[in-house]
Design a protein around this ligand. Structure first.
Ligand code: 3PG
Length: 211
């Protein structure tokens, strides 16, 4: 299983959350992000293209970490792992996904939105959790409050993160990485504007120089 520190380091601080209409563009998109400094991407299982996209990146771009997002069921998790996903992300915590992730030794990033959910995931061993939808459920203030009662848990806020607020989240002591779709706008992806994706990624990561 990839460990969380490798995941964080390879991401550069952001995990692009991508919903693709075509699997064919996946390797080029992964290259564009990687060129900009981000070697991790999450493909949501919200379109028929998703599993094919994950498979193409896993097979053709071994240096890039590809995960499946919006993993809701054990079937979703099994199909993602079979396609080559390096990690699984859910909007909430799923016992069924947890079981597949454990059985296949795959990194699982469960979603939480409340203190009780964060405690439940922590009791299952999850010290890296996705706060979702971050901007709706309390944003940076909630993550700060969670830090005082769950100091061992680190959060990846996702949902409503954009160019205007991502640095506020990354400034929190219990956040090393944020997720979001803002980095890969559908119009740029559909038009294959890879140089612009690279440039935008580089600009975003440059604002957050990691040591
Ligand atoms: C997700 O699946 O994590 C979210 O759809 C990403 O949220 P955003 O589109 O607000 O960035």
């Amino acid at each position: 299983m990839i460990d969380v520190s490798t995941f964080v380091a390879k991401s550069g601080g952001v995990v692009p959350v991508i919903t693709l209409n075509s699997a064919d563009v996946a390797p080029d998109l992964a290259d564009a992000l990687h060129e900009g400094g981000c070697g991790v991407l999450e493909i949501t299982l919200r379109t028929p293209a998703a599993l094919g996209a994950i498979q193409k990146i896993a097979e053709d771009r071994p240096g890039i970490m590809v995960g499946a997002g919006t993993v809701l069921t054990d079937q979703d998790a099994e199909a993602s792992v079979a396609a080559g996903a390096d990690f699984l992300v859910s909007p909430g915590f799923s016992t069924a996904v947890h079981e597949v992730a454990s059985a296949t030794d795959t990194l699982y990033l469960p979603g939480v939105a409340t203190v009780t959910e964060a405690m439940t995931a922590f009791s299952r061993g999850y010290t890296f959790q996705k706060l979702f939808p971050a901007e709706v459920v309390g944003g940076a203030a909630l993550i700060r409050a969670l830090g005082s009662v769950l100091p061992e848990v680190r959060f990846c806020p996702t949902g409503g993160i954009d160019a205007d607020n991502y640095l506020d989240y990354l400034a929190l002591s219990n956040v090393d990485v944020v997720g979001g779709s803002w980095l890969t706008p559908g119009d740029l992806v559909d038009a294959g504007k890879w140089a612009l994706v690279t440039q935008q990624t580089r600009e975003v990561l440059e604002q957050y120089p990691r040591s």
